[in-house]
Design a binder for this molecule. Structure first.
Ligand code: SAH
Length: 214
């Protein structure tokens, strides 16, 4: 086992991540397989790193924090918006029954799918699309995780959350550069909101991305 992984897990514990299931899941997902070659030496640093298309792989602390905030069990059906590198997807897959993940860049999605296959993670279903619309054919979801920053409360996604204690965790704008992670808990039409952590995510953008042919 890479000693850098142990170091990172100890740091996450120190930062307040207490859920041993989350820490164990992160121990089992090699982050080095989700970062670009030139950042390999920083794969286990507790920082976000650039991926392609101007996007980022989230900071391990933020991945751990948001995953913990979801209160997952292995029976749950989870929707993730913003597949990106696929790292957070892999962590969710280790802790739930099935993960549905949506990304607006085809190239990111293809790379993420390849990595998940290499790790033999088979309980993930991917889709190229606009995550703002959710995944209506598969709704309702027990949990929803948004990994790009929304301008306002994502009501369209809350509508696809289970009405019996469904939880969505999402970064939502405070101003143009800062967001707070918010946890929404749904009971029928009642939506409880908890403001959890200041963060900086790339924005949740509309529509599928146009990409230059490669
Ligand atoms: N969880 C990812 C974070 C990637 S950054 C990781 O750790 O690697 C956020 C991702 O959200 C980007 O890949 C971006 O392209 C994607 N995204 C932004 N808006 C989106 C939308 N409307 N639908 C789907 N994906 C979106």
């Amino acid at each position: 086992m890479d000693t850098r992984v142990i170091q990172l897990l100890m740091e996450l514990r120190k930062q307040g991540i207490g859920d041993t299931r989350v820490l164990a899941a992160m121990e089992r997902v090699p982050r080095e397989q989700f970062v670009a070659e030139q950042f390999l030496k920083h794969a286990y640093d507790n920082i976000a790193l650039p991926i392609t298309q101007g996007q980022t792989i989230s900071q391990p602390y933020v991945v751990a924090y948001m995953t913990e905030a979801l209160k997952l069990t292995d029976r749950m059906k989870v929707l993730e918006i913003g597949t990106g590198s696929g790292y957070q997807t892999a962590v969710l897959a280790r802790l739930s029954r099935r993960v549905y993940t949506i990304e607006r860049y085809r190239s990111l999605l293809t790379t993420a799918e390849k990595r998940l296959n290499e790790l033999k993670i088979t309980n993930v279903v991917t889709k190229l699309g606009d995550g703002n619309k959710g995944w209506i054919e598969q709704a309702p979801f027990d949990r929803i995780l948004v990994t790009a920053a929304a301008d306002t409360r994502p009501d369209g996604l809350i509508a696809q959350l289970s009405p019996n204690g469904g939880i969505m965790v999402a970064p939502v704008a405070v101003n143009t550069t800062e967001q707070d992670v918010i946890r929404y808990t749904r009971e029928g039409d009642d939506i409880r909101e908890e403001r959890l952590l200041p963060v900086r995510f790339v924005p949740l953008l509309p529509g599928i991305a146009r990409e230059a042919a490669t």
